[in-house]
Design a binder for this molecule. Structure first.
Ligand code: NAG
Ligand code: NAG
Ligand code: NAG
Length: 957
């Protein structure tokens, strides 16, 4: 058979929950030689400590009942000698010897409630009890009351004494006979067979039925006065208390909660010291159930917490229908070392009649721990195999193996079997640690305390073990595991021996408390971040747990649930005066590696250098946040720095603590200098210096400004004309051909730094009488197609002035300015008298819009002059005429050849040519709007169309 256990986890934080009874190492006693016949062997069990013998009853053996004395060592049982004779064959019923058995220190008492008695007045069932002092034979108690009147009738003395039985710690004996009349009880003051008892009858105590169904003794009213409790489960059930000489003790206030008829309140009683010095009372009601259920069972708890009173505290209910939880209740003594008695409660018919025994710890019963109804048991013991009535008989063995706790015997009488379960002795283990002071480690080191130096320290991990009085020898093995975490970089110096180690605990002296300590070394690297704590987690757990062993040594102890087995500590190792807050004194040095003021456009990138020095206490987590205005951060040499997404921030976090007089070299930081414009006066560097990154509100702000200058050399103006600076022409040409002359200026920014708010420039051109200007002669446009606003401000006889302004001048987007003019053909004849004429224009840029600073004396201007040379016709007229005729003739011949050859093709192309013409016209229009010469700069583009134009013209002539 196997016993299985369920442990109720009292507190999840405990690694162990104490299993009080070892279900792997039980012993089993079976009815000797009578396995075939059912004898109810195990119906009741008692233990005689002086002879170390277990008394097991078999009340239906051979129709009278039998009592066995069993030796636990060899599991051998011998029936006691009983000289009970059946001397009237009419009374052939079973006498039920062994219906109850109880033990005193050196004797036991067992009863046969259906025993038949002969006397001179007649024969009848009286029941009765027997005492055995030698474990061999039994002797019957007298039933007659002390000084009882002789004239009582025999019938009135018929009874069923022995259905219940208790022996007090003063060895007085109470026998209950509930079955006849209203029930009676007997009190024997001494364990002597000749001793006559006091009698108490239900009828005298307002009880109608079943007085004496259960009995127990205890110190219910005071801690000195021995009292008796008698239960009568009939009706609502009742418990009565009696004192000396079997007198009803009315002073004790006992207020019974509302019970139901039939729940059998008082069917079992158990006294136990849980709350204090007095006895508390547990009352079984095995028939209790809700309306829809039957025989679930319950136990009521009454606590001696007030003077002269037992107060109802709580009810513990059974778990299953029909289980009759509370049929038997037994005080098993203190199992877990909390100095409170623990209780076993049987539910003998749970699991289809197989039975379960529950162990409750006293503290739980009192409800000192979280009330968790109804399954707040410490251990649940049931049989896995088909043993029936498990728990109908319960007995405790007063520490048979001397390990400090009482073994439990559980009878399964429906299978003639008794199980003995050993219990575990316990120790209480308290894990604790002692850490040295880790601040100012160098100084401590100077004091030559060798547990601490700058890079190492040792601390104690200890187990303070409290041993119980018994067993005298005790041992256990615990494994201690140490874990270091956190951001400090601290680690175990010797992880092989310290990360996990085993402590062998042994009780060697008589001392009840012993410490088991080990020194654990910790390595503190110099670059550790000790402004955060070193996190220690220490866990101890029992290994080679005796609870998992089938043959444990009684001195192999279990670690008690009250033990402290895990610790977490945050240890500060900052080398500073104040705990957790060092006072560094850090300074930032910024050096620029470029001349100041910085001339914009002089370079693409420039470097600065940063360095932090500390003159105060250690800076464990220094950091910097750099913000740059008017430049971008493109590179930082230190790995500890990260550039922000917008490229204008940089965060640097020191990877190592900065000790006193130490330097944190952040290195070079490259700035892109091409973002600043003429409107920016400074490149500004704002640096927040944090002693401790983790306190983002505390920083010092350092601001550096680098003055910027700019000069107009960045701006370049190139002037050109569309037809060249010298043009040869004739008066006839001037007359018949309108030639547009253009002066083109290109203003460009040679550097990447933009110019903003300009440029504003002025174009001046002369206005002699022979020149004509188009309606808006000046157009200005950026290369990307943006028109500038231009306005003619003055046109005098001498010159014409137009002012244009741009919003910005970017390197990639130069400004083109075109001035268009032509010669008035009506003045051709006048001009013929002149050898040459020149047309001049000039552009000037105003620096004031671009630059706020002192004006540079560079004048930004450019001029373009076109000289027109008018040639005179000196050739004789006849030569001209002849040459012209000849030329015409030649042309006609070429014309005819070409026309004939290309007639076919031309017709075909005519349509094409027309389209082409349209397109050319469009282009021409456009070209007159825009600067033709702009396109002239890219002849590749323009060349094909002008060729076509020429061809087309030639063919139409
Ligand atoms: C078992 O019971 C049978 C009949 O009930 C009886 O004859 C026999 O003697 C019993 N055996 C023992 C060992 O008592
Ligand atoms: C216990 O007794 C019952 C009924 O007599 C029987 O069915 C069952 O097998 C027995 N259990 C064991 C383990 O012998
Ligand atoms: C730091 O420098 C100061 C001044 O130079 C000096 O007095 C001090 O001893 C130095 N401290 C350490 C820890 O080196």
């Amino acid at each position: 058979m196997k016993l299985i256990i369920f442990l109720f986890l009292l507190k999840q934080s405990f690694i162990y929950t104490l299993a009080v009874y070892n279900t792997l190492a039980y012993k089993k006693i079976v009815s000797p030689g009578e396995q075939l016949n059912l004898t109810y062997f195990g119906f009741d069990i008692a233990y005689v400590a002086t002879t170390r013998s277990l008394i097991v009853t078999a009340p239906i053996a051979d129709n009278i009942g039998q009592v066995y004395v069993c030796q636990i060592d060899n599991l051998h049982c011998k029936p006691i000698e009983r000289n009970i004779v059946r001397d009237n064959s009419k009374y052939d019923h079973n006498y039920w010897l062994g219906a109850t058995v109880e033990a005193g220190s050196s004797f036991f008492v067992t009863c046969a409630p259906l025993l038949v008695k002969h006397s001179e007045n007649g024969v009848g069932t009286t029941g009765g009890c027997f005492i055995s002092k030698d474990n061999l034979s039994i002797e019957q108690f007298v039933l007659d009351q002390n000084g009882s009147p002789k004239n009582t009738t025999f019938e009135s003395r018929l009874s069923s004494f022995g259905w219940s039985l208790t022996i007090s710690d003063q060895e007085s004996i109470v026998v209950g006979g509930p079955a006849m009349y209203t029930g009676r009880t007997l009190l024997y003051m001494k364990p002597e067979a000749s001793n006559s008892p006091y009698v108490a009858a239900g009828i005298d105590n307002d009880v109608d039925f079943n007085f004496g169904y259960s009995v127990t003794s205890g110190y219910f009213a005071t801690s000195k006065l021995l009292m008796y409790a008698v239960g009568s489960p009939y009706g609502f059930g009742k418990v009565l208390f009696f004192g000396q000489q079997w007198r009803l003790f009315k002073q004790l206030k006992f207020k019974q909660p509302k019970t139901n008829v039939g729940e059998m309140f008082g069917a079992s009683l158990c006294s136990a010291r849980i709350f204090g010095q007095r006895s508390d009372l547990l009352v079984g009601a095995p028939g209790r159930a809700s309306d829809k259920e039957y025989n679930v069972g319950a136990v009521y708890v009454f606590v001696a917490n007030k003077l002269m009173a037992l107060n109802y505290k709580r009810i513990i209910t059974g778990r299953k229908e029909g289980s009759m939880f509370g049929s038997a209740i037994i005080n098993v003594g203190d199992l877990n070392g909390d100095k409170k008695d623990d209780i076993a409660i049987a539910a003998p018919f749970e699991n289809d009649g197989r039975g379960v025994v529950y162990i409750y710890c006293g503290a739980e019963i009192l409800g000192l721990k979280e009330p968790k109804k109804p399954f707040n048991f410490l251990q649940m013991i049931e049989s896995e195999d088909y043993y029936y009535g498990f728990g109908l008989g319960l007995g405790i063995l007063n520490d048979y193996d001397q390990n400090g706790c009482n073994e439990l015997a559980i009878g399964s009488p429906l299978n003639n079997t008794v199980f003995i379960l050993p219990c575990f002795a316990y120790i209480t283990v308290e894990l604790y640690t002692e850490y040295p002071d880790l601040q100012n480690r160098e100084i401590i080191n100077a004091v030559a305390q060798n547990d601490v130096n700058e890079t190492h320290f040792r601390f104690d991990t200890c187990l303070r073990v409290t041993f119980p009085k018994k067993p005298t020898k005790a041992y256990a093995e615990l494994e201690v595991e140490i874990e270091i975490s956190g951001d400090t970089k601290a680690s175990l110096s010797d992880p092989n021996s310290d990360k996990k180690y085993i402590v062998k605990i042994e009780k060697t002296t008589k001392q009840s408390v012993e410490q088991f300590c080990k020194k654990i070394g910790v390595y503190l690297p110099t670059d550790g971040h000790y402004d955060s704590p070193i996190k220690f987690k220490i866990i101890a757990k029992q290994i080679n747990d005796p609870q998992l062993q089938s043959n444990p040594d009684p001195s192999h102890v279990v670690v008690n649930e009250n033990s402290i087995l895990s610790l977490r500590h945050d240890i500060w190792a900052a080398q500073c005066k104040n705990k957790m807050s060092c006072l560094p004194d850090i300074h930032l040095d910024i050096t620029n590696l470029f001349p100041e003021p910085y001339l914009l456009g002089s370079s693409e990138t420039e470097d600065i250098k940063m360095e932090v020095t500390n003159h105060g206490e250690v800076a464990y987590s220094a950091c910097l946040k750099v913000n740059v205005v008017n430049a971008a951060i493109v590179r930082a040499s230190a790995l500890s720095c990260t550039i922000g997404d917008q490229e204008n921030t940089l965060t640097c976090i020191s990877q190592k603590p900065i000790h006193k007089n130490d330097t944190w070299d952040i290195g070079h930081i490259s700035l892109k200098m091409t973002d600043a414009t003429n409107k920016d006066e400074f490149i500004t560097l704002k640096v927040r210096v944090y002693n401790n990154c983790k306190t983002p509100k505390i920083f010092t702000l350092i601001e550096k400004q680098y003055k910027l200058t700019r000069d107009l050399n960045d701006i370049e103006i190139i002037g050109r004309t569309n037809l060249g600076s010298v043009i040869n022409t004739t008066v006839e040409e001037i007359k018949f051909e309108k030639k547009i002359l253009e002066h083109i200026y290109t203003i460009s920014n040679k550097v990447a730094n933009p110019w903003l708010g300009g440029p504003k420039f002025k174009i001046t051109s002369m206005t002699p009488h022979f020149l004509h200007y188009t309606k808006s002669p000046v157009t200005a446009q950026t290369e990307s197609g943006h028109y500038l606003s231009c306005s003619a401000i003055a046109t005098t006889e001498k010159d014409m002035t137009t002012i244009c302004s741009a919003e910005q001048l970017l390197k990639e987007d130069p400004i083109h300015v075109i001035l268009q003019m032509y010669i008035d053909s009506s003045t051709a004849d006048d001009l013929g008298a002149l050898r040459n004429i020149s047309m001049e224009s000039k552009i000037e840029i105003f620096p004031d819009g671009l630059w706020n600073g002192p004006f540079s004396n560079i004048s930004l201007s450019q001029s373009v002059v076109t000289t027109i040379i008018i040639e005179r016709t000196t050739v004789a007229l006849w030569i001209i005429i002849v040459a012209s005729l000849f030329g015409l003739l030649l042309l006609s011949i070429i014309y005819c050849i070409v026309v004939k050859r290309t007639n076919f093709m031309r017709r075909k192309n005519k349509q094409k040519t027309n389209e082409l013409r349209k397109s050319i016209r469009r282009q021409t229009i456009r070209r007159s709007m825009m600067a033709q010469s702009v396109y002239d700069r890219v002849p590749e583009e323009e060349q094909p169309s002008s060729d076509l134009q020429e061809n087309a013209q030639r063919c139409e002539t």
